[in-house]
Design a protein around this ligand. Structure first.
Ligand SMILES: *[C@@H]1O[C@H](CO)[C@@H](O)[C@H](O)[C@H]1NC(C)=O
Ligand SMILES: *[C@@H]1O[C@H](CO)[C@@H](O)[C@H](O)[C@H]1NC(C)=O
Ligand SMILES: *[C@@H]1O[C@H](CO)[C@@H](O)[C@H](O)[C@H]1NC(C)=O
Ligand SMILES: *[C@@H]1O[C@H](CO)[C@@H](O)[C@H](O)[C@H]1NC(C)=O
Length: 415
């Protein structure tokens, strides 16, 4: 089969800078998909699937319009044949960056735009023809930026071939957070976050990140977000501009009963409450604690069997004489108090405190007060071990790539 690209190769497409050790990365977004002509549903060369095809596995939160929300949402399915293309709907953000891959290979990056069709896979795509006969060949993409998203309109494979559903893993983690969980300032944002490192790193689990930059736990206007997580985690869409345009102040409630329930829920909230840029200012400790307890109750109501991990939030480091010290303010008492509130006499606690003090050092936090790639990896690694030791979960990823294109720290033969 031959397809005529509507625009020539996307070499000039991705020009934004990623700095690695101070130098601009030469090819920051390798793996651009080829934009092709619109494929009619009746096109004789293709078999086309609508967005409600049961074979398409939606990861993270998507609404009834098949629009993606929050951090790192994606789709996943198996396919046969050599060709795979996707058409994006009108609610797709212009030039939004997707990470995509075949099965467990390193992630590729493709900018896509509303209304356009892109061929992601052809016979020459790395990994396409090397699969061992009968081996699973999975296609997956993830939206890398929390504020942007796609609308899935159609999936196409070569005529005579089809796509297949993939059963869900039987364990699931949900992470409720802000910019720290969403990977803000990470090299590839969501897929460089500690949330990603934990969940992809554990392997063989489903996961959802209801995380959005600047959001507070407290249900206040906070850093431009009209609502806090106490309200918003119950909704399908996030607090962003896209959602306000489509849904105004009436988002679709997330239908918890229709989806796999989380076994572990991890909360990392409070950083923005403690620096709140709201009309009411910083949220006081007692109010924060009450809100934290309310969030835990809300999670427990939706996922009665879930274990809940309350992460101690962290602040930055400052120079102190000839060393550095970490600012240790960050609702310690309030978060500990909220956890203690659920302590049971018989020890059957479902709320756990994850102490982050001492995991991060000065250069794990960047000048914008967020984690470096290395800082994200450290938090992810400690959380993995904590979950293994506390709940007996296995470290199940024994092969698939997790942090693509982040191996630039001290990765040189000479230095
Ligand atoms: C996008 O919008 C145009 C113009 O309103 C409409 O004709 C088209 O059907 C829409 N496409 C999708 C995929 O929603
Ligand atoms: C591709 O995505 C990256 C990351 O969001 C962005 O910086 C770049 O401008 C995008 N390129 C295009 C052509 O949209
Ligand atoms: C809170 O959110 C805003 C907006 O995303 C961000 O600029 C700010 O750095 C955040 N505060 C902290 C301390 O992370
Ligand atoms: C958290 O860890 C730090 C460093 O080990 C320790 O000083 C502190 O007491 C711990 N906090 C709690 C509540 O266990």
């Amino acid at each position: 089969m031959r397809f005529i690209p509507v625009i020539l190769a996307c070499l000039s497409l991705a020009t934004a800078t990623i700095l690695e050790n101070g130098q601009a990365r030469l090819d920051p977004y390798p793996g651009q998909a080829t934009k092709i002509a619109t494929i009619a549903d009746s096109d004789p060369n293709w078999k086309t699937y609508p967005p409600d095809a049961h074979q398409i596995g939606y990861k993270g939160r998507w609404c009834s319009k098949y629009v993606s929300w929050w951090s790192s949402p994606g789709i996943k399915f198996r396919y046969a044949g050599n060709d795979l293309a996707i058409t994006f709907g009108n609610y797709t953000s212009n030039g939004v960056l997707l990470a995509w891959r075949i099965t467990g290979q390193p992630w590729n990056f493709a900018n896509v735009t509303a209304g356009d069709t892109y061929q992601f896979i052809n016979k020459d795509t790395p990994g396409q023809l090397t699969a061992v006969d009968g081996q699973e060949t999975t296609f997956e993409f993830r939206v890398t930026n929390w504020a942007l998203g796609v609308q899935l309109h159609r999936v196409h494979v070569a005529k005579g071939y089809r796509i297949y559903g993939i059963p869900e893993f039987n364990k699931k983690i949900e992470m409720i957070g802000d910019s720290l969980t969403a990977g803000y300032t990470g090299t590839y944002e969501g897929i460089s976050s500690f949330a990603w490192g934990l969940c992809e790193g554990l392997g063989n689990i489903e996961f959802t990140f209801t995380a959005y930059s600047g959001i507070c736990l407290t249900d206040n206007l906070c850093w431009g977000n009209p609502r806090g997580q106490l309200y918003q985690w119950l909704q399908t869409s996030d607090t962003g501009f896209r959602a306000q345009q489509i849904y105004g102040t009436n988002p679709e409630p997330w239908q918890f009963d229709k989806y796999q329930k989380a076994d572990i829920v991890i909360i990392n909230l409070g950083t923005n409450d403690s620096n709140a840029y709201t009309e009411t200012g910083t949220v006081p400790d007692d109010e924060f604690k009450a809100n934290y307890i309310a969030l835990i109750n809300s999670i427990h109501e939706k996922y009665p069997r879930a274990q809940i991990i309350a992460m101690q939030i962290w602040q930055g480091f400052y120079q102190y004489g000839n060393t550095y010290l970490q600012n240790l303010e960050g609702y310690q008492g309030a978060i500990l108090g909220a956890v203690d509130n659920f302590k049971k006499k018989d020890g059957s606690n479902f709320v756990h405190y994850f102490n982050t003090t001492g995991i991060l050092q000065h250069n794990d936090i960047n000048p914008l007060w967020h984690l470096t790639d290395a800082g994200n990896i450290k938090v992810a690694a400690h959380l993995m071990q904590y979950i293994k030791l506390t709940f007996g979960w296995e470290l199940g990823n024994t092969g698939k790539e997790v942090y693509s294109h982040t191996s630039y720290y001290n990765d040189l033969p000479d230095y």
